[in-house]
Write a new protein. Structure first.
Length: 118
C-alpha cells in the first residue's frame, strides 16, 4: 500500500517563520510528488518548494520516525546537510535523542558561524 499523507499534515502551514533569536525554521515533512498532487497548491511542500522558500537552507534535522515521505537526496544534492534522528511521535523523546539533536545543532552552528545558513 502506498503511503498516505501523514496524519494531521494538512492541519499546519507548510513552512513556519524563523524562530526569533535562532536560525530555526520549522516545516512539515516534504512529500513526494505523487502525494502532493492530491493537495491544494498553497498547501503543498516538496523538496523543490522547500529549497525555493528557504534559499539559504543549510541543514535539515529530520525528526520523523519514518523514511517514506521524501527522498533526502533531492535536498542534499543542493548542498544542504541532512541528519536523520528517528523520533517517536506523541511522546517526550528519550534523552539520548535530545542529546543527539543538541550535538547536531551545535556542530552545524560551529561549522556555519560566519554565514547566514539556517
Amino acid at each position: 500500500m502506498a503511503p498516505a499523507i501523514p496524519d494531521r499534515w494538512l492541519d499546519y502551514t507548510p513552512i513556519g517563520k524563523q524562530i526569533e533569536g535562532t536560525r530555526f525554521i520549522a516545516f512539515k515533512v516534504p512529500l513526494k510528488e505523487h502525494l502532493n498532487k492530491s493537495i491544494l497548491r498553497h498547501q503543498r511542500l516538496d523538496a523543490n518548494i522547500l529549497l525555493e522558500k528557504i534559499p539559504n537552507l543549510g541543514i535539515i534535522i529530520d525528526l520523523t520516525n519514518t523514511n517514506r515521505y521524501y527522498n533526502p537526496q533531492q535536498i542534499c544534492k543542493n548542498g544542504v546537510d541532512y541528519k536523520k534522528i528517528c523520533t517517536p511521535g506523541r511522546v517526550t523523546p528519550p534523552s539520548n535523542l535530545v542529546k543527539e539533536f543538541r550535538k547536531c545543532v551545535k556542530d552545524f552552528l560551529t561549522k556555519n558561524s560566519s554565514n547566514g545558513k539556517r
